[in-house]
Design a protein around this ligand. Structure first.
Ligand code: GCB
Length: 571
C-alpha cells in the first residue's frame, strides 16, 4: 500500500529493546520465541529485559559505541496493545530496514524482506491478538556478494530499523494503490489508475480536486481496478511554482487524501522539457546522511537541512544517491520546488549472473516506483550507477529499463555509467545502455581520478546516441575545509584551492558543451565512508563535499553557485 501518512496509523516508533548478536547465536536459540523458565533448574541465555534499547527510526551504528562499525545481526523487540474493533484489517508497515529483516509476531514468522531503502508490509489481521502483542525483528546489515548493493560501496553501511514503523488499520476493502499524474506529453490530461484490495471489487469511485472543481466518477472493473482519465486546467508544478493540489479519492468502502502536483517531463532531442519548456538541471548529489549528526538521515528536519543547503546553492534538482531516500526527503523537495532523481542501489560491482540478483533489482525498482510515482517532483528513475558493460549486465539492465517503462512511461529512465573512454582529450561515451535510456547520464572525474589531457575547454565529446539529452551526474574532487598546508596545485594536499580549480575547469568545459542539459556535482556535503582511510584528511569521511561535515562552505561552493546563478531557466 502507498501513502502511509494518510492512513489510520499507530506509530511503533520510539524505544525498542535489542539484543546484539554478532555470531548468529540468536538463530539457533530462537530468540523470537522469548522462552521463559518453567522449572527451578531451567535457565535461558538471552533476554530482552534489562538489555539495551535503541531509538526507531534510527541507524544502530550511531546509537551505541560498540555498534559503531557493526555489520551483523541485531534483534529488535517492541510490544503493543491492540483492541480489535472487528471488520478491519491490520498491517505492520516498515519505511525501511537495512538490510535483511525477518519479522516475527507473537513468536511466529510473518515475513522477510531484503533491501535497505524501500518500504514493505505484512498483513497481520489474522495473527494479531486482542491485547498485548510482541514484534521481534532480526535485522542484519552484513554485506552480501549477491546483495544490492554488493560487497563494496562508498558510503557508510548504517544498519537497523532506519525509518518509521506503523500499524495500519484499513477497511476490509481499501484503496491500496493509485497512479495520478499527467499522461506523457500532456499538460492537461490525467492518465492513471486506481486499485483496491479486498473482496468488494465492484464499487463506484470518485476523484475530487476541490480547488479545480474536479469531480470525476468511475467504477471498478470487477477485479478491483479502474483506469482514470480526466482533464483540468492545472497550474503546473515547477521549481518556481511548486503547486500541489489537495485531492480526495473516494470509494464506497474507503477514502484517501493526497496532495498531488501536475507537470510534464519529456526528453526531446538534446533538451529536457519541463511543462513543454527547456530546463537546465542545476543538480547536486546528496547521500541520506545528516553530516551534522554523522548519522543516517530520516526525519523532516534532517531533510530540510540538506534541501535548504541545496536551494542556497542555487539548485533546482537533487540526485538522491544511490538508493531511494526516506519519504520526508522526496516530499519536502517537492514542496520546495526541487526536482528529484530517484535511484536504486544497483551500484558498481553487482553480481548480475548470481541466482536471485535480477529478481532483487526488479523488486527494488518496483518498490521505489510504487512509493514515489505520485510525487511529481520525481522526474527521473535511475536504475543503476557505475556498472560495467558485460553481456549479463547489459541484458539485466535493458530488461529492467523496459520493465520500469512499462510501470511508468511518464518519467525519464536512465542508468549512470562511468566507463567512457578518454584519450587525446576526447571523451567517448559509448555504453550501449544509452540506446535504451531516455537520457545519457555519466560520471566523469576529470581533474581528480582522471588527469586532464589538455585544456578543459578543448575536451571533445563523442556520444553513442546522437540527439539524446546529456547530463553529467558526477564530477568533483576532495578537499578538507580550511586546510592551508601543502602546495595548492597538488591533489595530495587536500586543499580547497585544488578542489576549487577542478570546479573552475569543469565549469569552463560545461560552457563549451552546447548540448549539456544538467550537471550534478559530487556532492553537497562531506559524508562518512569507511573506505576513506587517510588519517589526516579523511578519517572515514569522503571529502568531496562542497560543504564540510559542519556545514562550512568550501571555496568550490562559490564557483558552482555563481555558475548556477548565471543559468536562467525561463518557463
Ligand atoms: C563515484 C561514485 C560515488 C563515489 C564517488 C567518489 O564515481 O558514483 O558513489 O562515492 O565516485 O567519491 O569517488
Amino acid at each position: 500500500m502507498i501513502n502511509i501518512a494518510a492512513r489510520r496509523c499507530t506509530s511503533l516508533d520510539g524505544k525498542w529493546q535489542i539484543i546484539i548478536d554478532p555470531t548468529g547465536a540468536g538463530d539457533w536459540r530462537q530468540v523470537w520465541q522469548e522462552k521463559k523458565t518453567e522449572k527451578k533448574t531451567d535457565f535461558i541465555e538471552y533476554s530482552f529485559e534489562g538489555g539495551p534499547v535503541l531509538n526507531v527510526p534510527g541507524d544502530f551504528n550511531t546509537q551505541m559505541t560498540e555498534l559503531k562499525y557493526y555489520e551483523g545481526t541485531v534483534w529488535y523487540k517492541k510490544s503493543f496493545n491492540y483492541k480489535s474493533v472487528g471488520n478491519k484489517r491490520l498491517f505492520l508497515h516498515f519505511g525501511a530496514v537495512n538490510y535483511l529483516a525477518s519479522v516475527y509476531l507473537n513468536g511466529n514468522l510473518i515475513g522477510k524482506h531484503e533491501g535497505g531503502f524501500t518500504p514493505f508490509q505484512f498483513e497481520i489481521t489474522d495473527k494479531v491478538n486482542s491485547g498485548i502483542n510482541t514484534v521481534i525483528i532480526r535485522v542484519n546489515n552484513q554485506r552480501l556478494k549477491d546483495g544490492i548493493p554488493g560487497l563494496g560501496y562508498d558510503w557508510f553501511n548504517y544498519g537497523g530499523i532506519t525509518r518509521e514503523v506503523n500499524l495500519i488499520e484499513t477497511n476490509n476493502t481499501f484503496i491500496s494503490d493509485y497512479f495520478i499524474q499527467l499522461g506523457k506529453n500532456s499538460l492537461k490530461e490525467v492518465n492513471g489508475w486506481i486499485k483496491m484490495n479486498g473482496i468488494d471489487h465492484s464499487q463506484n469511485i470518485t476523484i475530487k480536486i476541490p480547488e479545480l472543481k474536479v469531480d470525476y466518477q468511475t467504477r471498478l472493473d470487477g477485479e478491483g481496478f479502474t483506469e482514470i482519465k480526466f482533464a483540468a486546467d492545472f497550474r503546473l508544478w515547477s521549481p518556481e511554482n511548486p503547486k500541489l493540489y489537495k485531492l480526495v479519492i473516494q470509494s464506497e468502502t474507503d477514502t484517501i487524501k493526497d496532495e498531488i502536483g501536475f507537470r510534464s517531463i519529456v526528453a526531446k532531442g538534446p533538451n529536457i522539457l519541463l511543462n513543454g519548456k527547456p530546463v537546465f538541471l542545476k543538480g547536486i548529489n546528496i547521500h541520506e546522511e545528516n553530516p551534522l549528526k554523522a548519522a543516517r538521515a530520516y526525519s523532516e528536519s534532517d531533510a530540510l537541512i540538506l534541501l535548504k543547503w541545496a536551494k542556497e546553492l542555487g539548485c533546482n534538482m537533487v540526485r538522491l544517491a544511490h538508493y531511494p531516500h526516506n519519504e520526508n526527503m522526496i516530499k519536502s523537495a517537492e514542496k520546495m520546488g526541487i526536482m528529484v532523481w530517484d535511484e536504486i542501489p544497483v551500484y558498481q560491482q553487482i553480481e548480475f549472473s548470481a541466482p536471485g540478483v535480477r529478481e532483487k533489482m526488479d523488486l527494488m525498482m518496483r518498490e521505489m516506483v510504487s512509493r514515489d510515482k505520485n510525487r511529481c517532483g520525481v522526474i527521473i528513475w535511475s536504475l543503476s550507477n557505475e556498472t560495467n558493460s558485460s553481456p549479463d549486465r547489459d541484458n539485466a539492465l535493458i530488461n529492467l529499463t523496459d520493465k520500469c517503462r512499462h510501470l511508468d512511461s511518464t518519467r525519464l529512465i536512465t542508468s549512470v555509467i562511468n566507463d567512457e573512454n578518454y584519450s587525446n582529450n576526447v571523451m567517448d561515451v559509448w555504453d550501449i545502455l544509452y540506446r535504451h535510456c531516455d537520457i545519457i547520464s555519466f560520471n566523469e572525474y576529470l581533474g581528480w581520478y582522471v588527469p586532464w589531457q589538455g585544456r578543459s575547454t578543448d575536451v571533445k565529446w563523442k556520444f553513442i546516441s546522437d540527439n539524446k539529452t546529456v547530463v553529467i551526474t558526477e564530477f568533483g574532487g576532495e578537499a578538507v575545509f580550511g586546510n592551508n598546508i601543502g602546495p595548492i596545485d597538488e591533489a595530495s594536499s587536500w586543499r580547497e584551492e585544488y578542489q576549487e580549480q577542478i570546479y573552475k575547469d569543469q565549469v569552463a568545459m560545461f560552457h563549451k558543451m552546447p548540448d549539456l542539459y544538467g550537471v550534478f556535482p559530487w556532492l553537497l556535503a562531506d559524508y562518512r565512508s569507511s573506505g576513506r582511510m587517510h588519517p589526516l584528511y579523511q578519517r572515514g569521511w569522503n571529502r568531496k563535499g562542497l560543504l564540510s561535515d559542519k556545514g562550512e562552505k568550501k571555496k568550490a561552493w562559490y564557483i558552482l553557485k555563481s555558475y548556477y546563478d548565471s543559468i536562467n531557466n525561463n518557463y
